[in-house]
Design a binder for this molecule. Structure first.
Ligand code: CA
Length: 275
């Protein structure tokens, strides 16, 4: 498996669990990020749909983290950078945190004041389904180290949709669940032996494996936790990652671009990856 190369949609990470080991998408290094734009508050998230269901290049931006309802859509990253051609759209239920994802034309986010995930059709901005995450902390019970109601962090990779959170039953360490987007239900859950989520910077999924960073704030930190749900193996990969803004409030993987997207003290940036 190690000789294979990640090439986006054509790789072997196609959701067949017995092929996970063959995908060869183990993260090796993370480049210094490219800063695409700088605006908005310290905290937020910006996303592109790896399936480009509503068209190529579209960007969705969600500022701050506290029961907001505004979703700003841009035709492209360059439009986001210049602040042009934006469309303002509003959610029926506010969001907490910065763990939102866009996947196959839908927005998934943590509804404010609880542990429910909302699924919203981004064409109509209609809430089409919701999913309760049992025992998940919310509203800074088990946030990442910067706070910001970042307890419930969604992630999308070649395998589909995941949710990363923490529970009292797992002593505040990371818990990972796989979500079937069609039935909108949890199909598997894994308790990890990570650090307490309150002392973790952020987490993301790449090719069916969970990665977590040590801290949100220092300009130079590491991905110091990796968990493979297929084997249960945990390790410290010791991969360097920089937070140039000093306040990295969201990090997530886009498997079409094969980059990490982040919002770091108002900087909208991407990191090139080596596998
Ligand atoms: Ca994340």
């Amino acid at each position: 498996g190690g000789a294979e190369v990640c090439d986006g949609l054509d790789n072997d990470c196609n959701g067949e669990r017995d092929e996970l080991e063959e995908c060869g998408c183990d993260l090796v290094s993370i480049a210094t990020p490219d800063v695409h734009s700088y605006h908005g508050p310290t905290w937020g998230a910006w996303m592109q749909d790896p399936l480009e269901t509503l068209g190529p290049d579209l960007v969705w931006k969600m500022e701050a983290f506290d029961n907001r309802t505004l979703v700003v859509r841009y035709p492209s990253i360059s439009d986001m950078a210049t602040g042009s051609s934006e469309t303002y759209q509003y959610l029926s239920y506010g969001y907490d945190g910065t763990g939102h994802v866009v996947y196959d034309g839908y927005l998934y986010y943590n509804q404010a004041y609880g542990s429910t995930i909302q699924k919203v059709d981004l064409e109509t901005m209609t809430a089409v389904d919701s999913l309760y995450i049992p025992d998940a902390g919310y509203r800074n019970t088990y946030s990442y180290d910067w706070g910001g109601y970042s307890d419930i962090d969604l992630a999308v990779d070649e395998e589909g949709l995941w949710v990363i959170y923490a529970t009292a039953a797992n002593s505040g360490r990371l818990v990972l669940s796989k979500i079937d987007v069609d039935t909108f239900s949890i199909t598997d859950t894994w308790n990890t032996g990570s650090d307490n989520k309150n002392s973790i910077g952020n987490a993301f999924m790449i090719c069916g494996k969970l990665y977590a960073t040590d801290t949100y704030g220092s300009s130079s930190t590491t991905v110091d936790f990796k968990f493979d749900p297929l084997t249960g193996e945990e390790s410290n990969p010791g991969i360097s990652i920089s937070n140039p803004g000093g306040y990295n409030s969201s990090i997530d993987y886009n498997f079409l671009e094969q980059k990490l997207y982040s919002w770091d003290d108002g900087q909208q940036q991407t990191y090139d990856l080596t596998f």
